[in-house]
Design a protein around this ligand. Structure first.
Ligand code: 2F8
Ligand code: CA
Length: 277
């Protein structure tokens, strides 16, 4: 009996153990499976994290390299901008210099033409006229063309002529009129026509309006007036002036005697033999 009880107990114990094993497969095994999945996920995340870290390091390195490049380029840009500004300033200076030189060149060319004309006058005059005076048919003429000579009234212009033993211009012939206007135009080069660019002559109508008399007392017969002149503008124009007009035979105007203009003097050639030392 005792033996059979023992066998029965053993069988019961075996049954209990089997029941425990059955519980293990249903409760413990899923936990292990979850642990595996978590572990797998952990591994994946670790791998990703290390990849991201590596990419981040790469990007940081690229960023600092690009920042460095940007700094270098910015410095280069600043330097180039400075150079461009300096070149622009140089260009402006050079352009101004070029313009100044060009204007100086023009002035020198003009001066050269004047000097050449004076030399040829001197050569032609053979010393018979004063320097800067022009000889024509035994008469010396002075044209106050120089910019250094200020415009004056008719009376003051006449005084200047008298200082040199001359008087204001008297025109006796058509040829003399043409010579005067041509010479004016030659001497004044690019001088355009303007009422301020007139030259007083020795011709007035201050005694009787409309009766024009030369300084030598003769009445004017042939007049080379511009169209519409003389018009005694404002009833105040009693002195005559000649202008570098396009048409040499239409070149006179009457103007107020007090108006400031240039003037032309004339003087007979001194027939005393010239005896240079
Ligand atoms: O229009 C002709 C007129 O022009 C000028 O006056 C506006 C002249 N004046 C001087 O030369 C001072 C006039 O003489 C001339 O008739
Ligand atoms: Ca007039």
């Amino acid at each position: 009996m005792a033996t059979s009880e023992t066998s029965e107990n053993k069988a019961k114990q075996t049954c209990n153990e089997l029941e425990i094993q059955e519980d293990f497969t249903t409760d413990i095994h899923p936990l292990y499976s979850r642990i595996d999945r978590v572990s797998e996920t952990h591994n994946t995340l670790t791998l990703n994290s290390s990849r991201i870290s590596s990419q981040l390091a790469h990007l940081q390195s690229e960023h600092s390299s690009l920042t460095e490049s940007r700094k270098t380029l910015q410095n280069k840009l600043d330097e180039d901008t400075k150079k461009i500004t300096s070149l622009q300033q140089n260009l402006n200076t050079m352009t101004k210099l070029k313009n100044d030189l060009s204007s100086q060149n023009q002035n020198l060319q003009q001066e050269k033409r004047k000097l050449q004309s004076q030399i040829s006058n001197l050569e032609d005059n053979c010393g018979r006229c004063l320097p800067n005076w022009v000889l024509m048919n035994n008469t010396c003429y002075y044209f106050a063309v120089s910019d250094a000579v200020l415009r004056k009234s008719w009376a003051a212009g006449r005084q200047e002529c008298k200082k040199n033993g001359a008087d204001l211009l008297v025109i006796n012939t058509k040829e003399e009129q043409e010579f005067i206007v041509d010479t004016l135009k030659t001497l004044r080069y690019n001088l355009r026509f303007h009422y301020t660019n007139g030259f007083w002559m020795g011709l007035k109508d201050d005694h009787t309006e409309g009766t024009w008399k030369w300084l030598n007392g003769t009445n004017m017969t042939a007049g080379y007036w511009m169209p519409g002149e003389p018009n005694d503008d404002n009833a105040a124009e009693d002195c005559a002036a000649v202008y570098p007009a396009a048409h040499p035979l239409r070149a006179w105007n009457d103007a107020p005697c007090s108006y400031p203009l240039k003037w032309i003097c004339e003087k007979e050639v001194d027939i005393t033999p010239h005896n240079p030392q």
